[in-house]
Write a protein that binds this ligand. Structure first.
Ligand SMILES: Nc1nc2c(ncn2[C@@H]2O[C@@H]3COP(=O)(O)O[C@H]4[C@@H](O)[C@H](n5cnc6c(=O)[nH]c(N)nc65)O[C@@H]4COP(=O)(O)O[C@H]3[C@H]2O)c(=O)[nH]1
Length: 851
């Protein structure tokens, strides 16, 4: 109550002022006090009649409550009436009055009822007063006047209470509304018709960055000055549109902000207000812009991507495709829409990835990739790296697939080429050693499982090195290609012909039953190879040697089979070339021995392991030594001497004979020159020249040696075998002419053992024929040999050639040869090949005997 008193400003002074204004003085108080005592007996009746009147109005009845409440009210009313005329109107009185006012206001007793009740009180009291003062006009008027004054004071207080309580109520509502408005997340401005701000909430202040400054009464343009808004406001003012939306971009503290304003008109009686509700939608706008941007980015990435991209429906139709995919597959976007991938997938790749696709659909993997071939519109196939991923809806159900197709055709082709290069021989296109080993492995394990047999044929061309050396590599290559083609034609699909390198080929025959069968194939191959080839304009009759090993008896793995076939091939070569040979145990030892010799030979020259022996040649008639034949000896530092019959063919094959032969020539010429200087009569020096040497520009080698040693060319005879002369006639003729031009003589060794025609004897400028010792051996007993010897000597005489017989071991042989007019004899009968010193002594001795 004290608060109410304070709020109403009812201080002592105020009350004094009110009383003064109502002219309520002490005299009135005395009148009222005097009356109060006499009114005492009317208190109850007054309250009864008062309430009886009130209860006539049902609306009031409800408010006054039940009987008990009514009794309490009546008593309170009686106290009130007594207080009214008690004559003490101090602050306690004021509080009492206010209390009653508050109680009335609370039960909803409007002032009209209150004032009406006073009227009832007054109407009751006036006759009572009249009776009380028994017509004393002055006292009656004084009492009524005092009563009016105090009632007016009371009413004033009651009305103040009503107003104040109402005001408080209104203030509470207002505060409530303001709390709601200021708590709103949306900004709110209320404008009057003149667009002056009535209120603005904190959210709007924040939106517009206005701070706390007072704004009420200011024009809207002071806070938002935007023509678009002004335009919309005009529409809302006009009343045509009840609500409008507008988006405004503002710069707030350097930051771009978007505010969505919602304008509404609110009619309040005859006037109206305008509500502006605003919200910051920057995030939404930004998100939308970002989404648009990202969609644009995606669109660009999709269409410009360097790989083929497509969106596929869950049932596999192409919904959308990019440019690259259209290029890769050769279809337009519209055409692709009518195609599903399966249709254009290579039949061999169709089921590929099915399991992965199921896993993708079951959400076990996010994507998968595999390599597939797709049919280009032109019909050709394109190799692709195909990746598929799945885009799902929010509920997890499949929405569409994204496929990425990368054209890897070129990469695949390169890889295939590389594989081909790695497995095939570039020159002949035959499988190379790697692929052969693979096939061997397969064949061996297949044969092992099926108790089968297979054959490995190791083939080496005879004298291929000579072709390479004399005609060059291009010619050699042509030859190899031709041989490769011939070999391939001889074999079945299931067999393999491989080239190991150089002139070595290997043939793998599967499912062979008997050795005869293999031998038949080997013969067929020999026949196929031995057919004339024209290489570099020169005609050749190639031959080859074949070594054969059989699984399982000659080896249980590819490597052993190859090694043993190789060993057998060497044996075939030793057997006279153009033949085949089956591997047998012990062959490897021979091969090892051969390899041993070969490696020893490579160092023999520099290790000074060679020496020369000289075998005398005597005049058949006088018995005088007229010449010597230089014969090569090799004593490896690490072992026993090796005979020339053994190492010369190897030196020949490996080409080592060229430097070795040159050494022989130089050594022999130097030796003979030395003997000459020692005073030994001029001797004819015979030096053997092999085919290989002959081809390697022998003429210039001889010229150099002769110049260096100063040996007389006319005393030098080069001994060639018939096989040298069987070489290409042009080459032989040209070389022989060069040699003749140097002044050296030419002898044919082993005459009669070869197959060549006799024509070359006259065609080439041959000086000497040497009768092979095989014809001498059985003289004079063998009539055939006697006949041959006679024929050779006769031929030599007819062609004006000197004839030498070698291998003369007995006097009978010598007699017969002498009798046939053979010119020179050579053999153990006249002397074995001797080291230079021994020979020197012998020659010096002979000279001593002669002199
Ligand atoms: N049974 C028997 N043999 C006799 C008799 N008189 C000589 N001989 C042997 O017969 C061979 C004669 O040499 P060839 O026919 O040119 O046969 C030579 C020749 O073809 C080759 N050779 C030797 N030295 C050289 C060389 O420096 N260069 C080349 N390219 N080949 C050579 O090696 C072959 C063998 O030479 P050698 O072992 O020294 O064997 C020599 C010699 O020792 C005889 O009365 N009875």
């Amino acid at each position: 109550m004290k608060t109410l008193v304070t709020r109403l400003g009812l201080s002592e002074e105020e009350m004094a002022e009110r009383k003064q204004y109502l002219e309520l003085g002490e005299r009135d108080c005395e009148v009222l006090r005097a009356m109060n005592e006499q009114l005492g007996e009317h208190g109850g009746g007054m309250a009864d009649s008062f309430y009886a009147h009130l209860l006539k109005y049902p609306e009031l009845g409800e408010r006054l409550g039940d009987h008990a409440a009514l009794q309490r009210l009546k008593q309170a009313q009686a106290v009130y009436f007594r207080g009214l005329t008690a004559g003490r109107y101090d602050m306690d009185y004021v509080e009492d009055r206010l209390r009653v006012g508050v109680a009335h206001q609370r039960i909803g007793l409007d002032p009209k009822w209150y004032i009406g009740a006073y009227r009832k009180y007054m109407s009751y009291l006036l006759p009572v007063i009249h009776d009380l003062y028994a017509g004393d006009r002055e006292r009656t008027i004084a009492a009524c006047d005092a009563l009016f004054k105090v009632i007016s004071l009371d009413m004033g207080l009651a009305l103040d209470t009503y107003f104040e309580v109402d005001r408080q109520e209104i203030l509470r509502h207002k505060e409530y509304a303001e709390q709601i408005i200021s708590g709103l997340p949306a900004g709110l401005i209320v404008l009057d018709e003149q667009l002056l701000l009535r209120s603005i909430n904190p959210a709007m202040r924040r939106l517009l960055d206005l701070g706390p400054r007072p704004l009420a009464g200011q024009h809207l343009s002071a806070v938002i000055d935007d023509p678009a808004l002004a335009d919309k406001l005009a529409q809302v003012q006009g009343g045509g549109t009840p609500a409008l939306d507008i988006l405004i971009r503002r710069d707030v503290q350097g930051e771009e902000r978007y505010i969505d304003f919602h304008l509404a008109r609110l009619q309040l009686g005859a006037s109206h207000v305008i509500l502006i509700i605003g919200g910051d939608v920057s995030e939404r706008i930004r998100a939308r812009a970002e989404l648009r941007e990202s969609e644009e980015r995606f669109r660009l990435t999709f269409s410009m991507a360097g790989v083929g991209l497509a969106h596929l429906s869950v049932d596999g139709r192409i919904l959308r495709s990019n440019r690259r995919l259209q290029d890769i597959l050769g279809y337009s976007e519209d055409e692709l829409r009518t195609i599903d991938y399966d249709e254009i997938t290579h039949p061999g790749d169709r089921g590929k990835g099915r399991e992965l696709l199921d896993r993708l659909l079951r959400n076990e993997i996010e994507s998968f990739a595999n390599e597939k071939r797709f049919r280009h519109k032109s019909g050709r196939y394109v190799w692709s790296n195909f990746t598929l991923s799945l885009v799902r809806r929010e509920d997890g159900s499949p929405r569409y697939f994204i496929s990425v197709i990368e054209d890897i055709t070129e990469r695949k082709q390169t890889a295939e080429k590389l594989i081909h290069l790695a497995q095939y021989d570039a020159l002949t296109q035959l499988p190379n050693r790697t692929l052969l080993q693979d096939r061997l492995l397969q064949a061996v394990s297949h044969a092992g499982r099926n108790r089968g047999r297979l054959a490995v044929l190791f083939l080496d061309l005879d004298r291929f090195k000579d072709i390479n050396d004399s005609l060059g590599h291009a010619a050699g290559d042509t030859m190899l290609r031709q041989i490769a083609a011939r070999l391939s034609m001889q074999l079945r699909e299931s067999d393999t012909v491989a080239r190991l390198g150089g002139d070595e080929f290997v043939i793998l025959l599967r499912d062979v039953q008997k050795d005869e069968q293999v031998a038949a194939v080997a013969r067929k191959i020999l026949d196929a190879v031995t057919r004339q080839v024209t290489v570099g304009g020169v005609e050749f009759m190639p031959t080859c040697s074949i070594g054969i090993s059989i699984y399982p008896k000659d080896g249980r793995d590819g490597e052993t089979l190859l090694r043993n076939a190789d060993a057998a091939m060497y044996r075939a070569k030793e057997n006279g070339r153009n033949s085949y040979y089956f591997y047998s145990e012990g062959l490897n030892e021979k091969l090892l021995h051969r390899l041993h010799i070969e490696s020893g030979l490579r160092h023999a020259l520099e290790q000074n392991e060679f020496s020369l022996h000289y075998q005398p040649q005597v005049d058949a008639v006088s018995g005088e030594v007229v010449g010597v034949e230089a014969l090569l000896r090799w004593k490896p530092s690490s072992g026993a001497p090796v005979g020339p019959d053994e190492f010369i063919p190897i030196a020949e094959e490996t080409g080592l004979i060229v430097p070795i032969g040159e050494w022989v020539l130089r050594e022999a010429c130097a030796q003979a020159a030395e003997w000459r200087r020692d005073g030994i009569a001029p001797l004819n020096l015979t030096v053997n020249v092999s085919l290989r040497q002959f081809r390697s520009d022998i003429a210039s080698a001889v010229a150099t040696v002769l110049r260096d040693t100063g040996f007389d060319p006319r005393s030098l005879t080069l001994e060639l075998t018939e096989s040298v002369l069987m070489e290409s006639p042009e080459l032989v003729e040209e070389t022989l002419q060069k040699l003749k031009a140097l002044g050296v003589r030419i002898a044919i060794d082993d005459f009669g053992t070869g197959y060549s025609s006799l024509a070359y004897l006259s065609r080439f400028s041959i000086d000497t024929l040497k009768i092979d010792r095989t014809f001498v051996l059985d003289l004079p007993d063998s009539r055939d040999d006697v006949a041959i010897v006679k024929a050779i000597v006769a031929l030599g005489k007819a062609l004006n050639l000197s004839v030498v017989a070698e291998g003369v071991e007995t006097a009978e042989q010598a007699d017969l040869l002498r009798g046939e007019r053979c010119d020179v004899l050579q053999g153990y009968l006249f002397g074995r090949p001797l080291p230079p010193q021994a020979l020197r002594e012998r020659l010096l001795d002979a000279r001593a005997v002669l002199t």
